[in-house]
Design a protein around this ligand. Structure first.
Ligand SMILES: Cc1cc2nc3c(=O)[nH]c(=O)nc-3n(C[C@H](O)[C@H](O)[C@H](O)COP(=O)(O)OP(=O)(O)OC[C@H]3O[C@@H](n4cnc5c(N)ncnc54)[C@H](O)[C@@H]3O)c2cc1C
Length: 389
């Protein structure tokens, strides 16, 4: 068993580490200032400029296959990169990516949707959740009815990431109520100018998703992504594309936060000694160190399963659940170690506190991950003892 990185992996990881330090960390104070004035942390132009800078060094389309101009990196490598990006709260991601399910598009759709999304000239969003259907995605009620050569879509989607900024949506609608999720849900590619509208949803985080409203939105048959009736499988493929990536980013955030807590503990004195000398503080630091280490290996193990072509769903649920829980406990401890300063907006700790809370909700809540893990164990889909058991 070899836990070390190859020279190439180390080089790629180190390049991103340097990029974060040199290009992103210096922007942090300005990002905080803007966000506190209710503006986006980075403008679109700034994000594009940063992405182009990274592109010049080959960092473009991290998981996009090389035939589409991407790096086609492994899941393990991508997890390592996400952890590096997580070390800053500057809202950056590499350019050159597209939703995995857009690769199922036909040739004509690839020209109109996939390639411009990779190039960054078009923005997508993924819409399955509805006011009455979140964890229970099979309960969606948005309908698409066939009228002549067109589909007529009616319904409301909610909590759609990027829904206010996107110019097209991959929307899931019931095309056969009898069959429902078993062959009766279809995915449509719908441009904003075909008639849907969005409403921003304010959240406790620094960005908000949107509600999307479809009122008799008519789209030609050519807008079906994949096959009519096969949409639910596409939705599950999108959601399952990388549950390990969310906790991967949290590794970096927790490392940065723990470093802040260590610095503060070593310098803040109370009762004539640094608080680092108090066991209460030491235990918080020790527990956080242990949990970050455990999270790292859970994430990398899930990513390794993806790369090995194994069924990684169980390992990904474990990593997502543990990451959401522990990242929230760690940021809470780090805030506690900072005392009153941790609660202020002068430091970014409270920002991370709010941001990391989302990890326990989207792309499958804690409870839904537990449900999956328990079902796998109870039904014997996975062995007690894991892959080595
Ligand atoms: C910021 C943000 C961005 C999002 N982005 C997107 C997006 O881009 N596209 C998209 O389609 N959706 C998106 N979502 C939706 C997200 O996936 C759902 O919010 C999530 O799946 C939970 O669904 P819900 O909010 O309807 O909660 P519910 O399903 O109503 O759950 C409420 C509570 O009940 C618990 N619960 C539900 N069922 C069970 C059960 N069987 N056993 C035990 N407990 C249960 C849940 O865990 C939760 O605690 C986003 C959400 C947020 C907040």
């Amino acid at each position: 068993m070899d836990f070390s990185l190859s020279d190439e992996e180390r080089q790629i990881r180190d390049w991103v580490r340097t990029f974060v330090q040199k290009e992103l960390v210096p922007l942090e104070q300005e990002v905080l200032r803007r966000e506190r004035a209710h503006q986006p942390g980075l403008t679109t132009d700034e994000l594009t400029e940063l992405r182009e800078k990274a592109r010049k060094s080959g960092f473009w389309g991290v998981q996009t296959p090389p035939e589409y101009g991407g790096m086609g990196l492994s899941a393990v490598m991508t997890a390592l990169l996400e952890a590096e990006l997580g070390r800053t709260f500057v809202p950056f991601s590499f350019g050159g990516s597209a939703d995995n399910i857009l690769f199922h598009a036909n040739d004509e759709q690839k020209q109109r949707y996939l390639l411009p999304t990779i190039e960054g000239t078009r923005k997508s969003c993924f819409a399955i959740t509805e006011p009455g259907a979140g964890s229970d995605a099979k309960a969606i009620r948005t309908t698409a009815r066939k009228e002549g050569g067109e589909w007529v879509i009616n319904g409301e989607k909610t909590f759609i990431t990027g829904g206010n900024e996107a110019d097209f949506v991959m929307v899931f609608a019931v095309t056969d109520p009898e069959k429902g999720a078993n062959g009766g849900v279809t995915c449509f590619l719908v441009d904003r100018d075909m008639g849907w509208r969005s409403e921003y949803i304010d959240t406790m985080g620094e960005w908000g998703p949107a509600s999307l409203i479809f009122e008799n939105v008519r789209v030609p048959e050519s807008q079906v992504l994949g096959e009519v009736g096969q949409g639910f499988a596409l939705a599950m493929q999108w959601i399952g594309r990388g549950r390990y990536l969310l906790p991967a980013r949290a590794i970096g955030s927790c490392e940065r936060l723990l470093s802040m807590a260590i610095d503060h503990a070593n310098t803040r004195e109370t009762f004539g000694a640094p608080i680092a000398e108090r066991q209460a503080i030491q235990w918080m630091i020790a527990d956080s160190g242990v949990e970050i280490e455990a999270l790292r290996w859970l994430v990398l193990h899930a990513a390794w399963q993806v790369d090995s072509g194994l069924d990684s769903r169980h390992a990904q649920s474990i990593a997502k659940l543990y990451g959401g829980q522990k990242a929230n406990e760690i940021v809470d401890r780090v805030l506690q170690i900072h005392g009153g300063m941790g609660y202020t907006r002068e430091l970014p700790v409270e920002r991370w506190y709010r941001e990391l809370r989302l990890l326990r909700i989207y792309e499958g809540t804690d409870e839904i991950q537990r449900r999956t893990i328990a079902r796998n164990l109870l039904k014997g889909h996975v062995k007690v003892g894991g892959t080595l058991g």
